[in-house]
Design a protein around this ligand. Structure first.
Ligand code: NAD
Length: 260
């Protein structure tokens, strides 16, 4: 559907050696974009992912190691990319605990990786977008950027912060051919989510199907996971001319979660 619509554009996707980030990078490459993959590791497997994407879609794909918990490394990622027409801020982690017991280090790490990294990469990317005369900032927030759940204080605070940063980015670029928006996924079946299923089955003495429907997708009215391909498709749509006047807003891809 989107074949070649992004030809000539370079996309940087943070946290893209797994899950949603990797799915978005693949979809952007499928639509013709050159892609820069990233995570904090520097393994052979990371670079192999980039090689596979390049071979499969006939685009340039590179893997650049950078730790999104460090501001200077966030900015260095964009510099090393050399071009950044499409910036997808996706890197994220989670920790679940009541506020009094929430480890201070986990709070700091979640705020840094899930929120502050988007500030640093955006600061480094906007001058490049301005020079190129076109740009798209796409922040992967969450349904938790719009609503809350108990025990996810840092995650919910960071994701609400990302939505706020998205609005400011949009206002500062409003008169330019640059847009900034946040995609708010509901539950997506990534390796991270998949790995939680066996423990939850044990904890509640439930079947896999019951854990998915009655625990994980309890708040997702469609009772279906969203997919990484749907996140990629939404990101591509935000890059098309049809979305040129969509800026400073959120797009929920959450099976109705935030309609409740
Ligand atoms: P994931 O664990 O599969 O992916 C997270 C990515 O971030 C990985 O590539 C990981 O290597 C990277 N990362 C972690 N720490 C990093 C660091 N310090 N520096 C650079 N990269 C780092 O999880 P996912 O489910 O694909 O999540 C991706 C994004 O989507 C996150 O921001 C998450 O909050 C958001 N999200 C996920 C869901 C879901 O249900 N899976 C729902 C809403 C929002």
């Amino acid at each position: 559907m989107f074949e070649n619509v992004l030809k000539g554009k370079t996309a940087v996707v943070t946290g893209s050696n797994s899950g949603i980030g990797l799915g978005i990078a693949r979809e952007l490459a499928k639509a013709g974009a050159d892609v820069v993959l990233n995570s904090y590791t520097d393994d052979e497997a990371d670079h192999k992912l980039a090689e596979e994407i390049a071979a499969e879609y006939g685009v340039t794909a590179r893997y650049v190691q950078a730790d999104m918990s460090k501001g200077a490394q966030c900015r260095a990622l964009i510099e090393k990319a050399g071009a950044c027409d499409i910036l997808v801020n996706n890197a994220g982690i989670q920790h679940v605990a009541p506020i009094p017991e929430f480890p201070e280090g986990k709070w700091d790490a979640i705020i840094a990786i899930n929120m502050s990294s988007a500030f640093h990469t955006t600061a480094a990317a906007l001058p490049m977008m301005r020079k190129a005369g076109w740009g798209r900032v796409i922040n992967i927030a969450s349904a938790h950027g719009l609503t809350a759940s108990p025990f996810k204080s840092a995650y919910v605070a960071a994701k609400h912060g990302v939505v706020g940063l998205t609005k400011v980015t949009a206002l500062e670029t409003a008169e330019e051919p640059i847009t900034a928006n946040a995609i708010c996924p509901g539950y997506v079946l990534t390796p991270l989510v998949e790995s939680q299923i066996p423990d939850t089955m044990k904890e509640y003495d439930m079947s896999r199907e019951d854990v998915i429907k009655n625990v994980m997708l309890k708040r997702q009215p469609s009772k279906e996971f969203a997919t990484v391909e749907q996140m990629g498709g939404t990101a591509i749509f935000l890059c098309t001319d049809a979305a040129a006047q969509i800026t400073g807003t959120t797009i929920s891809v959450d099976g109705g979660w935030t309609a409740l």
